[in-house]
Write a protein that binds this ligand. Structure first.
Ligand code: ATP
Ligand code: PRP
Length: 209
């Protein structure tokens, strides 16, 4: 039996068709059920549907054998007890800095609003900029508008959220997509099942490219 942890929200939406191509389909409608553990039709896989930021934690501790998580969340989590096996090419976007349109960053220490505290700290340290990081859990684009921060570090896809809030992207920090991660112990104990899953998903990903 394999347990796969998946971020609810947009990764789940994108991952379900890919998992189906790899032969894994939930036994009930995830849009309707309130269950957090759902079995699959074949019966040898369970799906655990959780918050995006919790996926690496579940996999790291072996509560799930395998996880599907954004690269942003994985880098921010920064664990060396996970194997990153596959780029699933889902939920692609960019981690960027952004400012209010036409605004230059002030000299000296700047305030940065983000949920990616560690990534943002590392990025600005490399640039030699002193920063005060303000941790937020969402709606980062609001922070510069209300004077909470000089800039943000957040995900950008179409750019429409920035545009709608009179902001513009500045520097690219990292390209993001969803990855398949595996618990190190599960990799040893359930090697055959995991190898098969990775193979099937690789085929499904390649078909789409
Ligand atoms: P949480 O519920 O833990 O706060 P969240 O609200 O950030 O998570 P989602 O917005 O569904 O959850 O994002 C989950 C993942 O999807 C992100 O970690 C990222 O990898 C990817 N993602 C987020 N925003 C976008 C976007 N606009 N376009 C494409 N992929 C995105
Ligand atoms: C994500 C991200 C941006 C937006 C970018 O937000 O935090 O706000 O998507 O996408 P766009 O460039 O296509 O507009 P999400 O919708 O997940 O909301 P939240 O992070 O504020 O919960």
């Amino acid at each position: 039996m394999l347990t796969i942890a998946i971020s609810k929200g947009r990764i789940l939406k994108d991952a379900l068709p890919l998992l189906a191509e790899a032969g894994i389909e939930p036994s009930e409608d995830l849009g309707k059920t309130r269950k957090l553990i759902v079995s699959s039709k074949k019966g040898d896989v369970n799906l655990v549907i959780i918050r995006a930021t919790d996926v690496p934690t579940f996999v790291e501790y072996g509560a799930a054998d395998v996880g599907i998580s954004g690269k942003d969340v994985l880098v921010e989590h920064n664990s060396d007890s996970l194997y990153e096996m596959l780029d699933l090419q889902l939920a692609k976007c960019r981690l960027m800095t952004a400012v209010i349109k036409g605004c230059e960053l002030p000299a000296g220490k700047i305030r940065v609003a983000t949920k990616y505290v560690s990534l943002a700290r590392q990025y600005f340290a490399k640039k030699g900029r002193q920063v005060e990081i303000i941790k937020l859990y969402g709606s980062m684009e609001l922070a510069p508008i209300v004077g909470l921060a000089d800039c943000i570090v957040d995900l950008v896809d179409t750019g429409s959220t920035l545009e709608a809030n009179n902001m513009e992207p500045q520097d690219l920090i990292m390209q993001i997509s969803s990855r398949l991660v595996v618990n190190k112990a599960s990799m040893k104990m359930k090697h055959e099942e995991i190898k098969e899953l990775v193979k099937q998903l690789q085929v499904a990903v390649d078909k789409r490219c």
